[in-house]
Design a protein. Structure first.
Ligand SMILES: Nc1nc2c(ncn2[C@@H]2O[C@H](COP(=O)(O)OP(=O)(O)O)[C@@H](O)[C@H]2O)c(=O)[nH]1
Ligand SMILES: [Mg+2]
Length: 408
């Protein structure tokens, strides 16, 4: 089943659950009010029995019953707001938590995207050229990328004509479907899992400009692997800033893993060499290498990274097994530019997209996928030690577009 169909199915399921809940609550209310009425009737009956002077008891009772019923018309009690639907829990707990994390982490993006769509359709009159231009602008504004936005608008033009789509709800669904389909098609041969070696050492190099979240992501990943019972080692090869080494050491302590470090301002390649020797001697499973982001220019950065890679390869010919470029999602188009530059500088094997939780620019994942053809491997969904997830495209798309499908 395609991703869009899944999204649609989830939408229908949600609607059905909502409806079911409303019905259940209505039934409950009817039962409750019926019980109340019955209680009052029997009270009246008992009273009437006790004071049974009156000749025409039945009439009196009937009067009171009518009064009670008029006072609290059962019908009126039935109108209740549906409570939020609680997931049925049919899926394994682990998976549900991940989807929840995505839902939470993407809340801002989703909300903003929904607002943009509402704005787009608020002035909707017909599917004319002005409208398609507004679609382009809306998508560009949602950070899904220039090329992607143009492509979607063009495909929409054709589809609207072909299928004679007129209703705004149908147009909106067509836009979402195009986005999801395009995203899915680009991801068909993509490997999102990290290239972990089943036997022996896995070396992962983290690159990216200052402040994007390299050190934090390494700390989180170290924690995850440590929890999974792996022997983990960290290399503090960002010797450019003194603070950077200490920061990695703090994360090492938090995760309970050793950090190989040198002096601030020292040769990062020497630190990496020490770390490689140590990792082999200790038969470590994973070595995560932190690097400096800001070197004066691209040539210097390239030289530095090449040197680090050579040292690693000399000790372990198939390593590094991943070169992960860390990007800060909050920077939107700037992240795209960084990715293009790093791609020219070094062989990036995948992306870590951080700070998705704090931004409305989550649409950038679509742009990255469609325009850079680099797989997102990890996503940062918060500052906590557990807030790093292996990227799951399905969970991501569900989290991004949930609630955007309209009833046609
Ligand atoms: N909200 C949020 N903050 C993050 C995330 N990842 C990193 N950060 C924050 O970004 C800042 C810079 O991170 P740092 O790891 O020092 O970046 P580095 O210079 O690339 O090593 C820190 O304040 C982190 O707490 C994330 O996924 N979500
Ligand atoms: Mg750092």
């Amino acid at each position: 089943m395609g991703l869009f169909d899944k999204l649609k199915k989830a939408f229908i399921k949600e609607k059905e659950e909502e409806q079911q809940l409303v019905e259940e609550q209505q039934e409950e209310r009817i039962d409750e009010s019926a019980d109340e009425v019955a209680a009052e009737i029997s009270e009246v009956l008992v009273e009437a029995d006790e004071t049974s002077e009156s000749e025409d008891q039945t009439e009196e009772v009937a009067e009171v019953v009518t009064e009670v019923l008029e006072e609290e018309p059962v019908e009126e009690l039935v109108e209740v707001e549906p409570e939020p639907v609680v997931e049925a829990g049919s899926e394994p707990i682990q998976e549900e938590n991940v989807q929840e994390k995505y839902d939470k982490g993407l809340a801002k993006t989703r909300k903003t995207f929904k607002e943009r769509m509402n704005e787009l359709f608020a002035n909707f009159r017909s599917v004319d050229e002005d409208f398609f231009e507004e679609v382009e602008e809306t998508l560009i504004g949602a950070d899904v990328g220039f090329e992607t936005s143009m492509r979607i608008a063009e495909e929409l033009r054709q589809e609207v004509k072909l299928k004679n789509i007129k209703k705004p709800a149908a147009v909106q669904n067509a836009i979402i479907e195009k986005l999801v389909d395009l995203y899915e098609a680009e991801g068909i041969n993509e490997v999102n899992d990290l290239n972990l070696q089943p036997n022996g050492l896995t070396v992962i190099l983290f690159v990216g400009v200052n402040g994007v979240g390299k050190t934090t992501s390494i700390g989180k990943l170290a924690h995850e692997y440590k929890q999974a019972g792996k022997k983990v080692l960290l290399a503090a090869a960002d010797t450019f800033r003194a603070g950077a080494i200490d920061q990695l050491v703090v994360w090492g302590d938090r995760a309970g893993v050793e950090v190989v470090r040198g002096a601030a301002g020292g040769d990062p390649a020497a630190v990496v060499f020490d770390a490689m020797v140590k990792a082999k001697a200790q038969q470590a499973d994973v070595l995560l290498v932190d690097t400096a982001g800001r070197l004066q220019n691209k040539v210097n950065l390239m030289k530095e990274l090449d040197k680090i890679k050579r040292i690693i390869q000399r000790e372990e010919p198939n390593a590094p097994h991943e070169v992960l470029l860390v990007l800060d999602a909050t920077t939107g188009q700037n992240a795209m530019i960084q990715a293009k530059q790093f791609k020219e500088t070094t062989d990036v094997t995948g992306l870590v997209l951080t700070k998705l939780d704090g931004t409305a620019k989550g649409g950038i994942v679509l742009a990255i996928r469609n325009e850079l053809h680099l797989p997102v491997k990890l996503v940062g969904l918060g500052e906590g030690i557990n807030d790093l997830e292996v990227f799951n495209p399905n969970d991501f798309v569900m989290g991004l577009f949930k609630g955007l499908i309209e009833e046609e």
